[in-house]
Design a protein around this ligand. Sequence first.
Ligand SMILES: [Zn+2]
Length: 232
Amino acid sequence: MRALQTILSDLVFLLYPEYCLACSVEVPVSQHAFCLDCLFHIPFTDHFDNYDNDFLLHFLGRQQLECGLAIFQLQKGGRVHDMLSKLKYRNRRDIGFTLGKMFGELFIQSNQYKEVDYIIPVPLHRLKKRKRGYNQSEVFAQGIATHISAEVNSSCLLKVRKSDSQTRKNRNQRLENVFDSFVLQNEELLINKHILLVDDIVTTGATLEACIMRLKVIEGIRISLGAIAITE
Ligand SMILES: [Zn+2]
């Protein structure tokens, strides 16, 4: 009996973190990644309940999309901002993976869920990926894949050139700046497929839009967008 309890508690730790994902101090609420205080303070979006949300509206009139979903609103200096800095700069890939599982769970329960063929993470330039050791959007994608039956595809969309700084540029200049840095390969794999394109943080949306513009030339492709957080 005791052995079984130990096995069960080990399993729970595999599924849910030992410490709150946001503050890393408190114990999370049962079967959740966050403690009660963080759950209360973290700004969740309405995206999974609301098709016409600010994520999708951001691309309205320019890009044809199936849906756009982010888990959190990002506030500078807030708890989500801290958590995502750890994911990006402090080797905390567990954060990306757990948030991916959370996204997958929310997505599959939402009325916007449609079967996905491939989850495509926004790529990093290979030198940047080597330096960081991982692509945070790819870790997020791997977490999502544990809940929806779709394969993570990191080989069709590649980043081949580092983009210049995006500050002091208007929307069109930003888009032009990043568009050339993405290329496709083996794109026949994506013909008539529904793909979920995912990024960690969406700010101006220029990176996602550049990726969409590359992908949308593929015959019969349908694109949904997913992110951990979107700026207000
Ligand atoms: Zn907490």
